[in-house]
Design a protein around this ligand. Structure first.
Ligand SMILES: [Zn+2]
Length: 295
């Protein structure tokens, strides 16, 4: 089944919710980066959040970057998304292994560690909007919730989940972001809190065959909800091009590039976000070097 994002808004306008199923997207990320389960879960959760937060943006060229920089063994996690559901990401150390918190409970928080979450929104204005918050637990969902509360002053609830099979493959992935709008009443907030308290983990709901619509209705039980499907589907998509890799090589500067030509005589550049490999022969590199020296 293709991945989806379902949006909902209550009849009073008091609450809005984004529910995502991102199994295929996270599966693709796992295949590209060959992540071990903890990295699969951490990156998959951030990709899921990125897809939903991208869906909150309006413009065709809007871009969002989420960066989790913790002091744990995973290193940095980077996810970028757009308003059309396209997401991509990577983690510094995909092969981390740590003992589980409880049976079947990956210790993502310990693998991420303490640090910061930064969010950069490029909405096509001169200056991209950016904000940084301290990580609460490194479990990603709580960190996203805290980001919305402190940086955007929007009371939110976020749940993210990735279920990894014993062979390391992705069984399912998804999440939701629920937000209280200014129209929300205290009663709304109390009711939602109760709903969320009794909600099983997202991966349990997905394992039971629940659809994003079922999940939305469960989370917002007691509310009159309008639902609408986004036209675009979440998808792991990398927009890298040879030209962009050339720019990166040029960005190394004259001396570094000369050293690369003299020492390696060629270059094989793997995209950080996908499994595409760009090969540069000595002639290609000399041509790039000539471009640098001409300036
Ligand atoms: Zn790529």
């Amino acid at each position: 089944m293709a991945d989806t994002i379902l949006r909902g808004i209550s009849a009073t306008g008091g609450i809005r919710i984004f529910v995502a199923e991102t199994t295929e997207t996270v599966r693709r990320a796992q295949q590209i980066h060959k992540t071990y389960p903890i990295a699969t879960a951490a990156l998959g959760r951030l990709l899921t959040a990125g897809a939903m937060m991208g869906d909150m943006m309006k413009g065709e060229n809007d871009r969002l970057t989420l960066r989790v920089a913790g002091d744990g063994p995973l290193g940095k996690l980077i996810v970028t998304s757009d308003s059309s559901g396209h997401v991509k990401g990577y983690v510094t150390n995909p092969l981390v292994e740590l003992p589980s918190k409880a049976p079947g409970k990956l210790n993502v928080g310990a693998a991420v560690g303490q640090g910061t979450l930064s969010v950069v929104c490029d909405l096509g204005m001169k200056e991209p909007y950016s904000a940084q918050t301290d990580l609460v637990s490194g479990e990603i969902a709580e960190d996203i919730t805290s980001y919305f509360a402190t940086s955007e002053q929007v009371p939110s609830a976020c749940a993210l989940g990735v279920l990894v099979d014993t062979d390391g493959s992705v069984l399912n992935a998804g999440g939701f972001i629920l937000q209280l709008m200014p129209e929300a009443t205290d009663e709304d907030a109390i009711l939602l809190e109760e709903n969320i308290k009794k909600l099983p983990p997202i991966t349990t709901l997905l394992s039971e065959g629940k659809s994003p619509e079922d999940i939305l209705l469960t989370v917002t039980e007691g509310f009159d909800m309008f639902m609408y499907q986004n036209e675009t589907k979440p998808e792991y998509l990398c927009d890298c091009t040879r030209e962009r890799v050339c720019s990166a090589l040029l960005g190394m500067g004259k001396e570094e590039l000369r050293a690369l030509i003299d020492e390696q005589g060629k270059a094989e550049v793997t995209c950080q976000f996908c499994d595409r490999i760009y090969n540069f022969s000595k002639e290609d590199l000399e041509e790039l070097y000539a471009r640098l020296t001409k300036k």
